[in-house]
Write a new protein. Structure first.
Length: 157
């Protein structure tokens, strides 16, 4: 059981929803209907967990946007995993603009998440990861994902 909140940030060009907390059986998406927005950006950087009940509620909620374009930004690994595994988690009108990729250093046992952004590290044409990622000590780090599975969503559309 986790605390969950949706923060609405509006500016002249864009409506951004920042999701905070755990998406589980206690989440109440009914407080925020997505219909009526011409487009939406959903910031997922502060989502700390999701379970199967939360996934079911998410899919029902995201459908309330209808045909409005939806952009996901700052997706943590747990969100990328759902996009890859669960049909409808990213709607047909949805795109991922940025997501985190976990890296690991064998030498120091350190972990770091690197933000991949559309047009820089990835596009419909594939992946362009950074040439090198270093930990705080300057030791090289490697991607800590199975690339064929983790980046599958890039070629889905």
């Amino acid at each position: 059981m986790g605390k969950f909140d949706i923060k609405l940030v509006k500016d002249k060009d864009r409506t951004t929803l920042q999701l905070v907390g755990v998406i589980d059986e206690d989440v109440d998406f009914n407080k925020f209907n997505l219909s009526g927005y011409p487009s939406l950006e959903i910031d997922l950087s502060l989502v700390k967990g999701i379970n199967s009940c939360g996934i079911r509620e998410w899919i029902k909620w995201i459908r309330t946007a209808g045909d409005a374009p939806i952009t996901y930004v700052n997706c943590a690994k747990l969100i990328v995993d759902q996009i890859n595994m669960v049909d409808g988690f990213l709607p047909a009108t949805g795109k991922v603009r940025s997501f985190y990729v976990p890296y690991y250093s064998d030498k120091n046992g350190t972990e770091k998440s690197i933000l991949f952004q559309y047009g820089t590290e990835f596009s419909e044409n594939g992946l362009r990861p950074p040439d090198s990622v270093l930990d705080a000590d300057g030791s090289p780090m490697e991607m800590d994902v199975i690339e064929a599975k983790y980046f599958k969503f890039i070629s889905k559309k």
